[in-house]
Design a protein around this ligand. Structure first.
Ligand code: FAD
Length: 473
C-alpha cells in the first residue's frame, strides 16, 4: 500500500478553513460512507468526511490532501455495485450529495448543466417539464448523476439510446492536485485532440472529482407501450432476442428474466404483475420490451408486428401495457430484481458481464452448468437487447470464507468464457475494487500498463481513490 499520512488535527483545521462547518471527523462520520452496495468487496471507515458544496471547496480540499499525501475517495449516493466509492485506504471521503442543483437549461442546444449530486430521478422528472428526456435509465434512480457519469451507467434504455457516455457534453473537474479544469463543451461534435471528457466518463473517481456536468437531452417521446412475452423456457426466450433486431425493431428497452427472480421481486413489492401460467402451461421466462414514438398511431402497427413475431418465436402470449399505471407496475417489478434478491440473501456477489447479443443463450447455458458445481445459488437477469447480464451468487448458509473462495472460482470461469465469446468484464457497473483482478486477466498487461500510465499522469501521488479500476494496493 502507498505510504499515506494520517489526517492530523492540523490538517483538520486546514480542511475546516476551506469547508467551514462541513468537516466530520472520526466516530461522527456516517458509517454508510465506509462502503457502497457491495460490502462483500471490503469496507473501511474514512478518518474524515466532507459533504462538499462547491467546486472551489473541492479544489481546496484536494490541494490540502495532495500536499499532505492523504487518500481521498469521492462518493455520490453510494449505490455502486463494485466497491468504487469505498475508502479502502481511509483518509477523506468527499460526498457530493449536497451539490444537487440543476443549474441551467440550454433548450436551443438540448443541454442541461447540473451539479454532480443531482439524482437521476430529479433530472428525469425536471427535464420532462421542459418537454425533454434524459435517456440514460439505470435501475437505481436515487444514484447521483456524478456517480452515473463516473461509472458510465447504462440501464434499460441503453439498447436504443446508448449509455451515460453518449449524453456527456462537458465536465468541470478538480484534479488530484487541486487544479480546476474543464473538458468538452456544449457542441455536438468534436475532433479536437484526445477526448478528455470520454476519459473521465467511467473512470470511477480515479482521475478527478467531477463538480459540474453539461448533459445532452432529447425531445421526450410522446407515446410509450410495453409488451410482455411469457415463454415456456429460457432458451426459447433468449433465442428470440437477435430476431428482434433482424426484424428491424428498435425497442427502447429489451429485458429478459426467469420466473424465480420475478417472484422474489413481486414478493418484495407485494404485488403480482406478470402471469405465471398461460392456459395450463407454466411460464419459465419472460421478454419485456418497450417501444416509444411520437404517437400511439405510430406505435400501434409496430406493436402488432412485434406481437406476431413473438408468437411465431414461441411466446405463450403477448400482453400489452399501454396505460400509465400498467407501465408503472410492469417496470417497478423489473426494476426491483436486485432489492428482491438482497432481501432474501445474506451473502451476495455479482457479475455484470456483457457478451454479444447472439451469444447470450450459449453464455447462459455455460453459467448454469458452471453454477451447478458450487454450493451457492446462481440467479440472473439481463438487458437482453445489449447482451449485459447481471449474475448473482447467493447464499444464506455458507461460511463467508468458503463463499468467497467458491465465488472466485466461479467468477474466474464465467469471466473467461465471456471474454472468449467476445465479451467484456463490466457492461455498466464498473470495476471498482471488486473486479480489478478479472479486468487484468481479460485485457492483459499491455492495456493495464496503459491505464496505470494514464492514472499516474492525472494523479502522480496516487491519492485519489486508490486500489480501484487498474491499480491494486
Ligand atoms: C438497485 C440497484 C439497481 C442498479 N441498477 C443499475 C443499472 O441498471 N445500471 C447501472 O449502470 N447501474 C446500476 N446500479 C449501480 C449504481 O446505481 C450505479 O453504478 C450508479 O452510477 C452509482 O451512482 P452513485 O451516485 O451511487 O455513485 P457511488 O456509488 O457513490 O460511486 C460510484 C463511483 O463513482 C465515483 N464518483 C461518484 N461521484 C463522483 C464525482 N462527482 N466525481 C468523480 N467520481 C465520482 C465514486 O468514486 C465511485 O468510484 C444499480 C444499483 C442498485 C443498488
Amino acid at each position: 500500500m502507498p505510504n499515506y499520512n494520517a489526517v492530523t488535527p492540523e490538517i483538520i483545521a486546514q480542511l475546516e478553513k476551506v469547508a467551514p462547518g462541513h468537516v466530520v471527523v472520526g466516530a461522527d462520520v456516517n458509517p454508510d460512507y465506509s462502503r457502497d452496495e457491495m460490502p462483500i468487496y471490503g469496507t473501511r471507515m474514512p478518518e474524515v468526511s466532507i459533504d462538499v458544496q462547491s467546486t472551489e471547496e473541492v479544489a481546496g480540499i484536494m490541494k490540502i490532501c495532495y500536499e499532505n499525501n492523504i487518500p481521498v475517495t469521492t462518493r455520490g449516493a453510494g449505490t455502486g455495485l463494485a466497491g468504487g466509492c469505498t475508502p479502502i485506504c481511509g483518509g477523506v471521503v468527499i460526498c457530493t450529495m449536497r451539490m444537487n442543483k440543476i443549474l441551467s437549461y440550454d433548450l436551443e442546444n438540448f443541454a442541461v448543466t447540473v451539479q454532480p449530486g443531482v439524482l437521476l430521478q430529479q433530472l428525469a422528472d425536471d427535464a420532462l417539464t421542459h418537454g425533454c428526456m434524459y435517456p440514460p435509465d439505470p435501475g437505481e434512480k436515487m444514484a447521483t448523476l456524478g456517480g452515473n457519469v463516473s461509472t458510465n451507467a447504462g440501464g434499460m434504455r441503453a439498447v436504443k439510446y446508448g449509455c451515460t457516455r453518449d449524453y456527456v457534453r462537458a465536465l468541470t473537474v478538480v484534479l488530484p492536485t487541486g487544479e480546476i479544469t474543464h473538458f468538452g463543451s456544449t457542441v455536438s461534435k468534436t475532433s479536437s485532440g484526445y477526448s478528455m471528457t470520454n476519459l473521465m466518463v467511467g473512470s470511477e473517481g480515479t482521475l478527478g472529482v467531477i463538480t459540474e456536468m453539461t448533459l445532452k437531452l432529447i425531445p421526450a417521446p410522446k407515446a410509450t407501450i410495453s409488451l410482455m412475452a411469457p415463454f415456456e423456457d429460457l432458451d426459447a426466450c433468449i433465442s428470440t432476442v437477435p430476431k428482434v433486431f433482424m426484424n428491424h425493431f428498435k425497442p427502447q428497452a429489451l429485458e429478459f428474466f426467469e420466473k424465480e427472480i420475478l417472484i422474489s421481486s413481486e414478493e418484495y413489492l407485494g404485488k403480482q404483475v406478470f402471469p405465471r401460467q398461460i392456459e395450463g402451461t407454466d411460464v419459465g421466462a419472460y421478454l419485456l420490451m418497450t417501444f416509444d414514438g411520437d404517437s400511439d398511431d405510430e406505435l400501434d402497427p409496430i406493436v402488432e408486428r412485434a406481437a406476431e413475431m413473438l408468437l411465431e418465436e414461441g411466446a405463450l402470449d403477448v400482453l400489452v401495457a399501454d396505460t400509465a399505471p400498467k407501465l408503472k407496475d410492469t417496470w417497478a417489478a423489473r426494476s426491483s430484481f436486485l432489492e428482491g434478491i438482497e432481501e432474501q440473501t445474506k451473502l451476495l456477489d455479482e457479475c455484470d458481464v456483457v457478451v454479444p447479443v447472439n451469444k447470450i443463450a450459449d453464455y447462459v447455458r455455460f453459467v448454469n452448468a458452471t453454477g451447478d458445481q458450487f454450493d451457492f445459488t446462481v440467479k440472473y437477469f439481463g438487458h437482453a437487447g445489449d447482451g449485459n447480464l447481471h449474475i448473482y451468487t447467493c447464499s444464506n448458509d455458507m461460511a463467508e470464507d468458503e463463499f468467497r473462495k467458491q465465488v472466485d472460482a466461479f467468477m474466474s470461469a464465467i469471466y473467461k468464457k465471456a471474454v472468449e465469446l467476445g465479451g467484456q468484464i463490466s457492461g455498466e457497473h464498473g470495476i471498482g475494487m471488486g473486479k480489478v483482478k478479472y479486468l487484468a486477466e481479460a485485457v492483459g498487461p499491455v492495456n493495464m500498463q496503459l491505464m496505470q500510465g494514464i492514472k499516474k499522469v492525472f494523479d502522480p501521488k496516487m491519492i485519489l481513490n486508490p486500489g480501484k479500476v487498474c491499480c491494486t494496493l
